[in-house]
Design a protein around this ligand. Structure first.
Ligand code: 5GP
Ligand code: MG
Ligand code: MG
Length: 182
C-alpha cells in the first residue's frame, strides 16, 4: 500500500453544511452579487482545485451576460500545507482583467495568505475592482488582513471536506460539506 493510501480514507465524517443548505446560500450570494454588478463587465475567477464546485454553482446562479470565466491555481510552500506565507501561481488567468470587475471565487479563507497574494497580484493589473467570494470564511484564524466580501458560511474551527474540498485529494465529490474527525 502506498503512503497516501494508508492516510485515507479517514475514520469519520460529520455533516456540517448539507447540500440543501449550500444550495440556498449560493442563491442568496448570487442575488447579492447580481445586485452589485448588474450587467457590468465581470471576470469570475475560480481558485482551483477546491473552488471548482462552488464556482460552478455560483456562476450558473448569476445573470450577468457580460461575465467571463477564468481559473487560477495557487501553490504554497512551507511545512504547513494549508497555511504558508509563500504563495505562487501554478496557473494564472488567461483573460486580461484591466478595466474589468473581478470576482475571485475561493473555497476557504483561513490564514489569508493565499488571498493576500492573489489580491495583490490582481490589483497590480489595474482592474476596475477586485472582490472575494468564499464558501467558508474562517475569520477567527486570520493572520493577515483579508476581507471576504461574499461569505457563504463562517466557521471557527475544524477541517472540512466535500463540495470541492479535499483531504489528500479525497472527498472532493461529496455534495455536502463534512468535518473530518480523526
Ligand atoms: P489560507 O490559510 O492561505 O487562507 O488558506 C489556504 C487554503 O487552505 C484554503 O484556500 C483551502 O484550500 C485550504 N484549507 C483551509 N482550511 C481548510 C479545511 O478546513 N479543509 C480543506 N479541505 N482545506 C482547507
Ligand atoms: Mg483554496
Ligand atoms: Mg487542499
Amino acid at each position: 500500500m502506498s503512503e497516501e493510501a494508508a492516510l485515507t480514507p479517514v475514520k469519520a465524517l460529520k455533516s456540517v453544511f448539507s447540500q440543501e443548505m449550500i444550495a440556498v446560500r449560493v442563491r442568496e450570494l448570487a442575488a447579492e452579487i447580481d445586485a452589485l454588478y448588474g450587467q457590468e463587465p465581470l471576470v469570475a475567477v475560480c481558485v482551483l482545485k477546491g473552488g471548482f464546485i462552488f464556482f460552478s454553482d455560483l456562476v450558473r446562479a448569476l445573470h450577468n451576460e457580460k461575465m467571463e470565466l477564468d481559473f487560477v491555481r495557487l501553490s504554497s510552500y512551507g511545512k504547513k500545507a494549508s497555511s504558508s506565507k509563500h504563495v505562487i501561481f501554478s496557473k494564472d488567468v488567461e483573460i486580461d482583467i484591466a478595466g474589468k470587475h473581478v470576482l475571485i471565487v475561493e473555497d476557504i479563507v483561513d490564514s489569508g495568505y493565499s488571498m493576500q497574494f492573489l489580491l495583490g497580484q490582481f490589483a497590480a493589473r489595474r482592474p476596475r475592482s477586485v472582490r472575494l467570494a468564499a464558501l467558508v470564511d474562517k475569520g477567527e484564524r486570520r493572520e493577515v488582513d483579508v476581507k471576504v466580501d461574499f461569505a457563504g458560511f463562517k466557521l471557527k474551527e475544524g477541517f472540512i471536506v466535500g463540495y470541492g474540498l479535499d483531504y489528500a485529494e479525497h472527498y472532493r465529490m461529496l455534495p455536502g460539506v463534512y468535518e473530518v474527525t480523526l
